[in-house]
Design a protein around this ligand. Structure first.
Ligand code: PFF
Length: 457
């Protein structure tokens, strides 16, 4: 076939794609969400299921998503329509692009609020108010922040503005350069924190919590959440990675690249867990404290270590950056579609999407104060109303269903010869292994976890 090119540009190299996709994958999901849901769902067994889902479900879906994106070279909505037509199938497949755009919008609305917390902490750490505080005092600093909607709206707005500015100017140029420097810096800082955690006196209990699976603790809700998190953390199932795949040069190996991205992402999450849980246990804190977990633990470490004010500021700054490089990928599919189909400039398209996302984000802001309400979901107690609902709906349902559709599309709908050509790894054992996984194992595993999670099995 004739090779398509994307009207939005192309990465300068395979490395640039790895950097951008890692920038998308590594974010609040690794450092904020992974530790807190691991804490809520009881530790080791949850981590084990999450790792298994990354390998058996996440990785095959990632390969499928990148390959679909590169073959279509448009926004996910138009890519799906175009490839379905190419395979002689119904245009209904473009629905997948639509649900992806919706998921990105819903996720970013609350993601920006949490990134706002991290921004607030850049200044708290910098001003020294966290120095020398014990667990209880750190906890009240956090409660004071989240119960103040005015502050939260301020930080949420600032984060959306920062994200919007980059999107409006086009994704590739700045992002590549920034990720190349800031990602390794974040990684190095996690190692510094690990050094502190190892001496905190909670290592044995912390690592035991994280790495000794007690399978009897594993609820069906925990399995569903672990699978959902594999999608969330790898940015899969909504078209973000498909969009980035559409900028990938034709000669880059999709399988190897995906392996690198998933490996780096998992490493960062495990590191974050290895930092947080020793601190939790050394200070008698509650592992199941919920979304505030890292904000109630890390400041204790920064308050006690030498140069803590400096390291604390830098850490939260890098966390904001990691969140920002993920946020960009969350709205890029919507912006690209508006540009392609509505003849809109990037700036106007961005303004439209960012403003509506910002507005919905207000519901998450209030979920931690005036609008907070409790409910229980598959055995887990949730306290933060709309924020929790948006998170559960997107991570546990929309992303996995999107991923399922992508795996099915790449292996049942697209012509096998086209897929072989696009992956460009020959038709040997490697290709067949992936094809078999994505065609049978991933879909069956996914559907099984769904039905099981919903109590239908
Ligand atoms: N992967 C990001 C994180 O772990 O923070 C969040 C995310 C980005 C999810 C992009 C989904 C997505 F499409």
């Amino acid at each position: 076939m004739t090779e398509r090119t994307s009207m939005h540009g192309q990465w300068s190299s395979r490395l640039a794609f790895i950097l951008a996709a890692t920038g998308s994958a590594v974010g609040l999901g690794n450092i904020w969400k992974f530790p807190y849901i691991t804490g809520e769902y009881g530790g080791g067994a949850f981590v084990l299921v999450y790792l298994a889902c990354v390998v058996a479900i996440g990785l095959p879906v990632m390969i499928a998503e990148v390959l679909i994106g590169r073959r279509g070279r448009q926004s996910p909505i138009n890519t799906m329509r175009c490839l379905a037509k190419e395979a002689g199938r119904s245009r209904v497949w473009s629905l997948l692009g639509w649900t992806g755009v919706l998921a990105g919008f819903l996720i970013l609305s609350y993601y920006s609020v949490i990134a706002g917390w991290a921004m607030a902490y850049v200044f708290k750490a910098g001003s020294g108010v966290l120095q020398g505080l014990d667990g209880a005092a750190v906890g009240s600093v956090f409660s004071a922040l989240v119960s103040d909607p005015v502050q939260l709206v301020f930080w949420h707005s600032l984060f959306m503005l920062m994200t919007g500015l980059v999107i409006a100017r086009g994704v590739q140029s700045g992002l590549e350069r920034a990720v190349r420097v800031l990602m390794p810096a974040l990684f190095a800082l996690l190692l510094v924190l690990l050094g502190y955690a190892l001496t905190s006196g909670g290592v044995a209990r912390g690592f035991d919590f994280l790495f000794s699976p007690d399978l009897s603790k594993l609820s069906t809700g925990a399995i569903l959440t672990a699978m959902g998190h594999a999608f969330f953390t790898l940015s899969l199932g909504m078209g973000a990675i498909m969009m980035y795949g559409s900028y990938l040069p034709q000669d880059a190996s999709i399988a190897k690249t995906s392996l690198v991205i998933a490996g780096l992402d998992t490493l960062v999450a495990l590191l974050a867990g290895m930092v947080i849980f020793p601190i939790v246990f050394a200070n008698g804190l509650e592992p199941g404290a919920g979304p505030g977990l890292i904000f109630q633990t890390l400041p204790i470490a920064f308050g006690q270590m030498p140069w803590g004010g400096f390291f604390g500021t830098l850490f939260f700054l890098l966390l904001v950056f990691a969140a920002w490089s993920s946020a960009i990928s969350l709205i890029e599919p919507a912006v690209a579609w508006l540009v392609e189909n509505h003849d809109m400039g990037r700036a106007r398209a961005t303004l439209l999407v960012a403003l509506s996302t910002w507005f919905l984000g207000l519901a998450s802001v209030l979920s931690f104060s005036d609008w907070a309400f409790d409910f229980s979901f598959l055995g887990a107690q949730k306290e933060n109303g709309i924020f929790d609902i948006l998170d559960l709906l997107t991570s546990n349902f929309m992303l996995p269903l999107g991923g399922l559709a992508m795996a099915l599309f790449a292996t049942w709908v697209m012509r096998r010869a086209d897929v072989v050509e696009e992956l460009a790894m020959g038709d040997g054992a490697g290709f067949r292994g992936w094809y078999y996984l994505a065609r049978y194992v991933t879909p069956v595993g996914l559907v099984f976890i769904f039905l099981n999670g919903l109590g239908l099995l």
